[in-house]
Write a protein that binds this ligand. Sequence first.
Ligand code: NAD
Ligand code: UDP
Ligand code: UDP
Length: 311
Amino acid sequence: MTTTLVTGGAGFLGSHLCDRLIERGDEVICVDNFFTGGKRNIEHLLDHPRFELIRHDIVHPLHVECDQIFNLACPASPPAYQYNPIKTIKTSTVGMVNVLGLAKRCRARVLQSSTSEVYGDPHVHPQTEDYWGHVNPIGPRSCYDEGKRVAESLCVNYHRENGVDVRIVRIFNTYGPRMDPQDGRVISNFINQAIQDEPITIYGDGSHSRSFCYVDDLIEAMLRMMNQEETIGPVNIGNPTETSLLDLAQTIRSITNSQSEITHHPLPQDDPKQRCPDITLAKKVLDWTPQVELRPGLEKTIAHYRSLLEG
Ligand code: NAD
Ligand code: UDP
Ligand code: UDP
């Protein structure tokens, strides 16, 4: 039986990953410090005989035995990662060293969940893996962007120097049920606002874009990446359908039959103007393309948010 460690396993993506790993028959060790995640996301797994939850912060060494490690521990929404920027940096650097040290001792394969944020405010569009990015090293997002860049560097250097078996995926904006409604990310905010008929808050004029991937598609790609031998990556994972923030607001307003007005607010500093993955490499090595289009994905997410409101 494969024993799989998921750091950040009580978070949005981590909890969906734990579900898939349990389904596949793994023994799952979920490690989380509950900073942005919570027991609510994995409550249904707590009594499962192959599931174990450890409350632990990866900035401190961890000693468990495992065959595979998915490293997802790190706050992902801008308000959450900027809440304690030094802690965010430590999680992606000191935490990454601990995860790689553990992998080295156990001879486990590690998949690092990197991010499209390593491209910063990109000058190449759509972004290919060989683009080095355009990141402000001292701006408010740098605790996250630069932390994730160091984490990638640690992975490739542990691979070269110590033979640690690594995989790196660069995840683009992903959404779906269990995304924390209060996390401040755009889809969470817009859905909350629309279902309560409150003003929808677009930062800037709404012409800038993101490309949104539904969680089930993302998890499928992560599992394929972990289990292929062709490349250590990095490999972009995301949905290449680009959407302007204004179109997103209008789509959410239409699905929810909302009366919300659309309002405009200042764009945060260093906010990337556009982001869209080139997924040629993922198609080739993972034989993967996203299956869920934006509207049906939003409908499922909205249904989940409504159920939370109704308690
Ligand atoms: P999330 O905030 O829901 O999950 C992160 C989890 O990590 C939480 O459960 C949190 O409590 C835990 N955590 C944070 N710091 C920790 C620490 N020091 N020790 C132990 N646990 C810690 O976010 P998510 O959207 O599920 O993101 C998961 C991973 O995927 C993150 O590494 C993030 O950078 C990456 N990612 C996500 C997206 C996205 O759009 N969701 C995009 C790019 C990259
Ligand atoms: N580490 C860990 N769990 C383990 C093995 C190592 O948390 O099972 C930590 C260890 O505390 C160290 C880090 O991983 O700080 C890096 O380990 P490595 O073997 O690369 O370096 P060293 O121990 O020589 O500093
Ligand atoms: N955004 C917005 N209104 C909100 C929250 C976010 O217009 O209420 C914008 C934000 O400025 C950014 C985009 O939506 O341009 C995506 O933001 P998010 O925080 O979800 O992710 P990231 O910036 O990390 O891609």
